[in-house]
Design a protein around this ligand. Structure first.
Ligand code: NAP
Length: 447
């Protein structure tokens, strides 16, 4: 452990941190270019992140003027790290090579290893010469929208920028490392009532759900809206449920086990469908969907909340999209950000146009949306849904759990933090938000 990381652990002041020499290498989680074909011919399910994710020391790159180094106390597993680790739908080295061609600073990213991770909570170690709003010693969380502010297309909604990227997925030097390289416009204040690992698991999924269901760029929920949420105890879904409740809507959470249903109830979601118990068979075979099964889901939703959903929160993709389009209310919206089970989607278009429905695509969030989503955490209006915490060396196992849908909520990863439970600086606020509420997923995960 280098001097600077020890200083961070001891809670050294900004001045002390600034005076301590930066290490030239950092421990990090990465995939290797020379292994990008290692799973050729292997079925998706059998592609094993434990084989492709490596933990070792890599060089700390030079800092660009608009960047900071962050000592990452904790990070999290997102599905994009699973995608990178199984090299699907394509290896991420192509993204790095493209970024490498954009600028001198971009060239740093085109390496033969890709340091992954799109979430982080930690301490600012150094600031580039153009950084104005942050200083060494600041405790921060990091959102993953990587935007080129010299591109005119980024100046309305930065998610519309032609070269918008996701940090740690389409860029190198991501959050699963002891030291990460972060643009200043990715930084947000760390919620003071949270541990490092609780603070690290929110930015990506909470901001995505916020844009989908709260921002005008998605489909904002209004009072009384019924919202069907697939994967309601997963990363995205567990935040979506909270945003729907906070907006006065009525979430209908779909989960696959009773244990997940219990967590959701505690989160305040009254209406729950256990898809395993209901055994929906939307697909008769690989090519044929069964409208009777869509109808059965629609009937189950109406029996719970009295009407069809105004909004469907979509991300499973191929396995559910046909059903989602069918069950949405006349004039309603299917808001989608992903396709975990397959991106070649099939739905019956007659149900879309005859009933005047809309499919709305959205992707992560711009800085303002991420900031507002972070504020919901700072205010205690949204709680982290951290379930399990892994050490960095166990990151392959953590990604494996997510790949096989064996987790709930969010998975945290300790980086510089030597153990869990550290980092709370406002215990009073923590007590006000409520220890029980802050630990719903952790408590049930241990049962
Ligand atoms: P997650 O934590 O694994 O949650 C996904 C949930 O989907 C699971 O909990 C599971 O819940 C449900 N699910 C899985 N297979 C299903 C199926 N066949 N039918 C119905 N439900 C199914 O993952 P996440 O973090 O929420 O991410 C979900 C997807 O969104 C991933 O593909 C990810 O890459 C993408 N994503 C995109 C963005 C973006 O900005 N575009 C941001 C975040 C995530 P049950 O088994 O309990 O039903």
């Amino acid at each position: 452990m280098s001097e600077i990381l020890e200083a961070v652990l001891e809670g050294a002041s900004g001045e002390t941190l600034a005076a301590t020499p930066m290490p030239v290498t950092t421990r990090a989680v990465f995939v290797r270019r020379d292994e990008q074909n290692m799973f050729a011919g292997v079925a998706s399910r059998d592609k094993d992140p434990r084989r492709s994710l490596h933990v070792d020391d890599v060089a700390v790159p030079e800092l660009a003027p608009d960047e900071v180094y962050v000592a990452v106390m904790a990070s999290s597993i997102n599905f994009n790290t699973v995608w990178t680790s199984i090299f699907e739908p394509l290896p991420t080295f192509g993204f790095l090579d493209r970024l490498g061609k954009e600028s001198i600073w971009g060239q740093r990213h085109a390496l033969d290893y890709h340091v992954v991770g799109s979430d982080a909570a930690g301490v600012v170690l150094r600031t580039g010469s153009l950084v104005r709003n942050w200083k060494v010693g600041d405790e921060v969380t990091v959102h993953c929208n990587y935007v080129d502010d010299q591109d005119p297309s980024s100046h309305d909604d930065s998610m519309m920028a032609s070269n918008q990227r996701i940090w740690g997925f389409e860029t190198n030097f991501g959050g699963l490392a002891d030291i990460a390289v972060v643009r200043a416009n990715q930084l947000m204040p760390k919620p003071t009532h949270l541990t490092w690992e609780e603070a690290a698991v929110n930015a990506l999924c909470n901001s995505t759900a916020y844009r989908m269901l709260v921002s005008r760029n998605g489909k904002p929920v209004t009072q009384g809206d019924k919202v069907l949420i697939w994967g309601a105890s997963g990363g995205l879904g567990s935040f979506a449920v909270q945003h729907v409740l906070n907006s006065g809507g009525v979430p209908i959470g779909v989960v696959s086990s009773e244990a997940k249903a219990t967590m959701l109830r505690e989160l305040g979601c009254e209406h729950i469908i256990n898809r395993t118990e209901m055994n929906y068979q939307f697909w008769q075979d690989e090519h044929t969907q069964d409208e009777r099964e869509w109808r059965r889901l629609g009937k189950d939703i109406r029996s719970l909340v009295g009407s069809d959903p105004d909004i469907v929160f979509e991300h499973p993709g191929r396995s559910t999209m046909g059903a989602s389009v069918f069950v949405t209310k006349r004039g309603g919206t299917i808001v989608t950000c992903a396709a975990t089970t397959g991106f070649m989607i099939e739905y019956d278009n007659r149900h879309l146009w005859m009933k005047l429905k809309t499919i709305k695509g959205t992707h992560f969030s711009n800085y303002r949306e991420a900031w507002s989503a972070n504020q919901t955490i700072i205010d205690g209006a949204v709680v982290p849904t951290l379930s399990t915490v892994f050490a960095m060396e166990e990151v392959g196992d953590a990604a494996y759990q997510m790949h096989h849908n064996r987790h709930e909520g969010k998975i945290g990863v300790l980086c510089v933090a030597p153990s869990g439970g550290l980092g709370i600086t406002d215990s009073e606020l923590r007590a006000r938000v409520g220890e029980d509420r802050l630990t719903i997923f952790r408590r049930h995960d241990k049962e």
